[in-house]
Design a protein around this ligand. Structure first.
Ligand SMILES: [Zn+2]
Length: 390
């Protein structure tokens, strides 16, 4: 199997570090709002990669975190006069619901929450301090990027030394603001989002949580780390710095980043009112799996343009495919040649547009319908379009 690795900026042959055991971590949602169709595309990518690895015979251990302690959740809690947990629980429920509707096969046992990791995070931060990679300032603790030689290796940031020694407390910032970042933020006792820990009262920065949860659940080195391209900097760059500073070992061997999504050619935003959720899609009478089908029509590394016309065309195509499959004879032996072709597409950097084309090629082929049905149901192990549910 070949997949594009952001670390090397090239398509590489994938092999796990240990035998055929794949350890994979996907940055999960910050549960302060509904997920939009762009966020959901990344989670479908994670699901598809996991399915592809399993079909290749790998054993996959996959973890996705839930960020339930964060500046944005606190802001939302204050605005809506609710407590932090109430907001986080509400949007976690929505998220799980979306994931299920999109046939994303995640194991709910492997979704750690930040609120359950406060002390482990505090201990991790202390190790970084003891090793000289972090320092305290006004009760908060910062990572000293000048101490980590490889800083910038994922995002390609250069001249880091010019900007060290200044600090950023906010979790989100651009490449122009590359600075020492917060591992632990001091928050006075009693304030919303303040937790008691061995570092005193406060809460973890955003980046540290993924290093701690990933290494706690999957060990020092994982095979694949996945997220949207917007996470390359600063989030994943900072994760690498923290993790590798602590262990002295490589954090993740592969970084897989899903491309952005546009809506009608524009960036998605609440102010443009083009911020669509799965419920908006369902409200228009379209099935969630039609969205899954639509995702497959654009390669995961390409920017995708969402339009209602394209989604509606996907629904029609999916309906047609399901109708055709439902009329086929009972599945017998599949079409080996087409199954090989499908596998080649999937293993070639997860080329889902090509894989979908092979599914249609199968439909249009001269094989007996029992063979076509067998193959299409096999493809659906990967596609997850519910072709057997008609
Ligand atoms: Zn993360």
């Amino acid at each position: 199997m070949k997949i594009y690795n952001t670390l090397s900026r090239s398509i590489e042959e994938f092999k796990p570090l240990i035998d055929n055991q794949v350890k994979m971590y996907t940055c999960g949602p910050t549960v302060y709002d509904r997920m939009h169709v762009g966020n959901l595309r990344t989670f479908v990518l994670s699901d598809v990669l996991e399915r592809a690895l399993k079909l290749e015979g790998f054993k996959v251990e996959s973890v996705q975190n839930i960020t339930d302690v964060d500046d944005k959740i606190i802001k939302r809690a204050i605005e809506s006069k609710k407590d932090l947990k109430e907001i986080a629980d509400e949007f976690t429920k929505y998220f799980i619901d979306d994931v299920n509707k999109l046939n994303i096969n995640w194991n709910s046992e492997n979704q750690p929450k930040v609120s359950d990791y406060i002390e482990k995070i505090a201990n991790y931060v202390k190790v970084l301090q003891d090793k000289g990679f972090a320092y305290e300032k006004d009760g908060s603790v910062y990572f000293d990027i000048s101490k980590f030689e490889d800083y910038g290796k994922l995002s390609g940031i250069k001249n880091v030394s010019l900007k060290t020694g200044t600090r950023v407390l906010s979790d989100e910032y651009t490449k122009d603001d590359v600075q020492d970042f917060a591992l632990w933020k001091h928050v006075p006792e009693g304030e919303l989002g303040s937790f008691e820990s061995s570092l005193g009262w406060g809460r973890p920065g955003w980046h540290i949580e993924c290093s701690v949860m990933s290494q706690d659940k999957l060990g020092d080195t994982i095979d694949i780390h996945l997220g949207g391209v917007d996470l390359i900097f600063p989030h994943h760059e900072n994760e690498i710095a923290q993790s590798e500073a602590k262990t002295g070992k490589q954090f993740s061997r592969f970084f897989v980043h899903g491309a952005h999504m546009l809506v009608d050619g524009k960036k998605m935003s609440k102010s443009l009112k083009n911020f669509y959720t799965l419920d908006d899609i369902i409200a228009k009478g379209i099935e969630p799996l039609a969205l899954r089908y639509l995702y497959f029509q654009t390669h995961w590394r390409q920017e995708m343009n969402f339009t209602w016309e394209a989604l509606s065309a996907s629904q029609n195509a999916l309906n047609r495919l399901k109708r055709i499959v439902s009329k086929y004879d009972d599945p017998k032996i599949g079409c080996a040649e087409l199954e090989e072709k499908f596998k080649t597409a999937v293993n070639n950097d997860l080329n889902m547009p090509q894989a979908l084309a092979v599914a249609w090629e199968t439909v249009n082929s001269d094989y007996p319908s029992s063979a076509k049905k067998r193959s299409l149901l096999n493809f659906d192990e990967m596609l997850g379009l519910g072709l057997n549910s008609v």
